[in-house]
Each structure stands twice: as structure tokens, then as C-alpha cells.
Design a protein around this ligand. Structure first.
Ligand code: ATP
Length: 257
């Protein structure tokens, strides 16, 4: 079943990838990938390790150039932008990656202020305080404002990491394995948070995950990278309604068949 989906604007594409290929030497990773992300959509990307999910994110954010094909993000042709324009574009994309750790020597407040002070220098002290408290409240952790990261649980640190990404009010969120290494209850909380973020901040998101409970809970649509292309696309049920030996094991392993 699809999520309600009323928040998605199918007339507005925030990312359009067309016929993109990428090789490293003899290794062809992507072979004519097509992908779109609609405004307000949570799109889950599945695929085995090493199939090119991170390469795709790097292409979308202009860290790598495609060999062939075009990539449009928020109306800009990424492959035609210079470094300065790319940096401006990247400010509109929030990256919530596994290695985006908090600074241990800073309080939660200082961690959250950091991107603002660096990127939005015109803000007053009162505006910074307001922004910090708003995102912290959005992730349900206002009470941790003056705590150190070491005083928080792994799940709480993950939430603060998401808040730190949200504080620049990105149009697009990229979540890389948001539930990896977390216990099942914390996973459920993080999935709920991803959906709340979508509702509150109207973000469009790409969520890379191997966790099918996460995919089912957050995905408006799911795509699966197989042999360098998105060969399967649809709702959770549609994706796994197949005997394809490249797809079934994902389901069977996650749901212990
Ligand atoms: N800069 C690079 N130079 C050479 N090879 C690369 C480079 N970046 C990625 N690759 C190769 O491209 C392939 C796809 O890598 P990628 O990191 O995108 O996989 P992934 O789908 O994100 O995997 P995982 O689920 O394990 O994170 C791998 O074989 C990797 O070694």
C-alpha cells in the first residue's frame, strides 16, 4: 500500500536524472539510469552493496560528473554548473549520512548553530536561537539543548544530526542508511521522524536503505538499482511482487522467510 501521498506534487520535479552512465576504468557502475524525485516525495532507493547508490548521490550533488546523460536538480543542470554554483546548490540539499557525526566537544546548541553561523551570517543572535530551538523541537529533543553529545543515546544523536541538517532548511534531504546500527524501537522512531520532517518542512527526500521496514514505513515510492539501472519501481508491495532472484532475497532476509 502507498502512503497517503497527498503531499506530493507530481507536476513539480526537484530531481530529474536522464540516461546517466558512469564507469570507473573498466567497471561500469551505472548504465543509463533514469530517475525523478517529485516535490514533497519520499523516494526510497534499494540496491545491493556496490551497485552505485552512493555514486548516484555524488552525481546528483555534482561531486562526480556523469560519462553520459543529464542531471537536473531544483531547475539547474548540475553538469553545467561551476564550483561556486554547485556549492550554492548543495546548500539546498541536506545530507544525513552515517559518518556525519556531531562534534563531541560542542553542546547540542553549538552543534546546531555551527552550520547557521557558517552559511547564514546575516542572522541575529535571536534568529539563531529561534532556528536552533525550532529544529530541536521538531526532532523532539528541546530538553537536550545544553547537553553534550556523549550524554545522549545513539538514537538521540541521530535525531540531532538530522536537526543539524534541517537547520539550513534544505529543499531536498538525502538520508544514507538512516536506521543502520540502531535497535528496532529507535528505528521506528527514526522512520517516524523522517515522515514528520517531510510533513513539517515539505522536503523532498531520497532515502537509501537496506532496512525494508524503513522502506515500507517512509517510502511513497521505491526504486531498486539492479545491474546499473532502476529496473523496478513502485509501491513496497509492487516492488516485491516478483520471483526475480535479484529481488526476492531482500524481502526474505528482512522478513525471515
Ligand atoms: N571514485 C571512485 N573510483 C573508483 N571506483 C569507485 C569510485 N566510487 C565508487 N566506485 C566503485 O563504484 C561501485 C559502486 O560504489 P557505491 O559506493 O556507489 O556503492 P553503494 O551502492 O553505495 O554500496 P553500499 O550499499 O555498500 O554503500 C563500487 O564498486 C565502488 O568501488
Amino acid at each position: 500500500m502507498l502512503k497517503a501521498g497527498g503531499h506530493i506534487d507530481h507536476d513539480a520535479r526537484v530531481i530529474t536524472v536522464r540516461d546517466v552512465s558512469k564507469s570507473f576504468g573498466d567497471l561500469q557502475v551505472l548504465r543509463g539510469v533514469d530517475l525523478e524525485l517529485f516535490k514533497g516525495e519520499n523516494l526510497v532507493v534499494l540496491g545491493r552493496s556496490g551497485t552505485g547508490k552512493s555514486v548516484l548521490i555524488k552525481l546528483i550533488s555534482g561531486l562526480l560528473k556523469p560519462d553520459t546523460g543529464t542531471i537536473e536538480v531544483l531547475g539547474e543542470h548540475v553538469d553545467e554548473l561551476d564550483e561556486k554554483a554547485l556549492q550554492q546548490l548543495r546548500l539546498k540539499i541536506g545530507f544525513s549520512f552515517q559518518n556525519s557525526a556531531l562534534y563531541d566537544s560542542m553542546t547540542v546548541r553549538e552543534n546546531l548553530e555551527f552550520p547557521l553561523v557558517r552559511n547564514k551570517r546575516h542572522l541575529s543572535r535571536a534568529e539563531i536561537n529561534h532556528e536552533v530551538e525550532d529544529v530541536l523541537d521538531a526532532v523532539g529533543l528541546l530538553h537536550t539543548l545544553n547537553q553534550m553529545p556523549s550524554q545522549l543515546s545513539g538514537g538521540q544523536r541521530k535525531r540531532i544530526g538530522i536537526a543539524r541538517t534541517l537547520i539550513l532548511r534544505p529543499d531536498i534531504m538525502m538520508y544514507d542508511e538512516p536506521t543502520a546500527g540502531l535497535d528496532p524501537i529507535t528505528c521506528i522512531e527514526i522512520n517516524g521522524l523522517i515522515n514528520e520532517v517531510q510533513e513539517k518542512y515539505k522536503t523532498s527526500s531520497i532515502i537509501i536503505t537496506h532496512d525494508l521496514a524503513c522502506a515500507k514505513s517512509v517510502g511513497d515510492r521505491i526504486v531498486m538499482l539492479l545491474d546499473g539501472k532502476f529496473e523496478r519501481e513502485g509501491s513496497f508491495e509492487e516492488i516485491f511482487d516478483t520471483d526475480d532472484g535479484r529481488v526476492k532475497p531482500f524481502y526474505d532476509y528482512n522478513f525471515i522467510k
